[in-house]
Each structure stands twice: as C-alpha cells, then as structure tokens.
Design a protein around this ligand. Sequence first.
Ligand code: TUI
Length: 344
Amino acid sequence: MFTIGKKMDQTQTFEPTAAPLDTRVTRLLGIKYPIIQGAMAWIADGKLAAAVSEAGGLGIIACGSAPTEWVREQIELARSLTKNPIGANIMLMNPNTPELAQLLADMKVDVITTGAGSPSPYIQMWKEAGCKVVPVVASAALAKRMERLGADAVVAEGCEAGGHIGELTTMALTPSVCDAVSIPVITAGGVADGRGLVAAFALGGEGVQVGTRFLTAFECGIHDAYKQKVIGAKDSDTIVTGRPSGHPVRQLKNRFARDVRKMEGGSDASVDEIEQMLAGSLHRAVTGDVEMGSLMSGQVACLVHDEKPAAQIVDDLMNEAYTWCGKNLTDMAAKNAERAWKEA
Ligand code: TUI
C-alpha cells in the first residue's frame, strides 16, 4: 500500500491492483512492470524516480545539466525512499558528462540510460561497475553499435516524444530497431496509456518508457502552471524548435516557442542571440514561467487529463493494457524476445 501526499495537508492511499508482467525487460532490470519513467531534465529527481520504482516500474533520475553533487544527493534520496532498483540518465551533450559518468559507476547505479548522443566511451566502465546500460537511440544504426559494445537493452525513442528528439516516428523506429538488434527494445515516444503500451508490444517492444504522463504525477515537482498546460493541451499543441541548429526540441506551444521559431525562420537573429534565448528556458518553465519557459512535452500531452500518484499512473497503464489484450501481453513479449512475429 502506498500513502501519497498530494499537497502538504492532504494524503491519499492507493492500492495497486495490476498483475506483474514478465518480459526480458522486467527480468533484466529486476522490476515488476515493464514501465520506465523517462528522464526529464530539471524535472525527474530522486523523489519522482523513487515513487515510480516503489510502484514497480523503473524510476530514472535525469542528470540534465545539474551539478555532480546534486546528482549524488538525488541518488541517495531515491535510495532512502525505495529498496527497488533505480536508474540515472546522462544527457551526453552536457560538458560535465565524464565526471557524471564516473559518479554513476562509483555509486553503482542499477541502470544507466543515456540520451542525445553515443555513450560508447563509457559503456565498458559502467558494465565493469555492474550497472545495466540502456542507451536511448533514434536510429537502427546506433542501436546496432550499442549492442556490439555491450548495451543490455535500448530505448527506441520516436519523435512524438518531448524534449530533444530524432527524426523517426515510433511507428517506424521500434520495428526497425527490433529488426537490427537481438537485445530487448523499449519503446518511447507516444506512450501515455494502456493503448500505447499494447501498441509498443505490437511493434516488437518488450517495455515502454513514459515521460509526459509522469509530468502530472503528484510526486513530480514542476510548477502547477506547467502541469495545467499539459492537462489542457490538444493533440496539435506541441511544436519543434531547434531544427536549423540540429538540436530539435519538442515542447508545448507558447510565446517562447513561437519567438524561437521566428528567430530561426530567417529573422536577423544571430546564433548567439538564439542561444541566449534558450539558456535557462527549461528551468524557467519548471519554476512556473509558462509564457517564456520551454514547456518540454510529448505529443501525448493530449492524453493526460489529471494529476495523480505515480503509483496510480503505473497501475492504470498496466490495467488498461490488460483490459485491452489480457494475457496476450505475456505472449507478445515472449514472441518479441524471439523476434517470432513472422511465424504462424
Ligand atoms: O535526450 C533526450 N531528450 C532530452 S535531453 C533534454 S535536455 C536539453 N535541454 C535543452 C536543450 C536540449 C536538450 C531534453 N530532452 N532523449 C533521448 C534521445 N536521444 N532522443 C534522441 C536521441 C538521440 C539522437 C541522436 C540519440 C543519439 C543520437 O545520435 C548519436 C549518434 O552518434 O548517432
């Protein structure tokens, strides 16, 4: 049983009901459900990660561009809140990556995910420290390279996702990556409910990574104004900035995103001016500036209608998926492990 405080003066109890689901991903990571919480920079801290891990999924602390000491504290916090495995994510564009990579190895974090680049230089060190290594990839070519270097699984992230994205949709990317590698593939980008989980399994996935749905978890510390923007979003309310610079980022439409797009679209703004505008934009959003902050979010914000405990988000995802296709989920996962979907 979980006791969850929504606000300081209010507690709710929540009884999880979903049966465990056995897949190669749950076995590899030592978790009950094949649900990984996406690493959202400035957002996914030790408290959110611990709530997801305690609920039977895998919570991930996003190192983002935070100082090394903050990351250490969040790992310690998460470990004080749950005995279940937890993960940490390194965003490889961060210049502090070598120091963070060493910290995660020293602290023997159960699972390390990476984004926005290739973690090749660090995989061996992490494996030697006993960490499971799960790079996020946006192409089959990178997935293949990661498998060769010893990755335990990959997250195939389609461009429906929020934040920094690649080019391919989830619908094309998951099966393409499954055809390229034998290790388990975890589908990300566009998954916010049980239908998304079933769809991910139908594409060959053996687990899902879910980010946007957790933005409105009670344990997610972003400003309420950001949460309300996610809850109010329609399917057409996200926009991608950064394509001209080669760093595309999906976020909710607001004045900031429109201004950036205008500057990118042939105005006289210099690269420096655009970079100045981007600096601190996610932090502004997280602290409540919903007009001039970057409200990173996936397209599935349109499927998020309420705030609830992380444990309930996990439980709902599983129960919806079971309602949709029951025990077939276990069979699909087993067939996906064998890449056996072409057999009768
Ligand atoms: O990393 C993410 N999403 C992120 S990181 C982030 S922090 C940020 N803050 C401000 C500006 C920009 C970013 C916010 N969202 N997702 C994982 C991901 N990785 N998506 C796509 C990729 C990816 C793309 C290309 C991974 C590898 C890659 O190519 C590397 C190679 O060498 O081929």
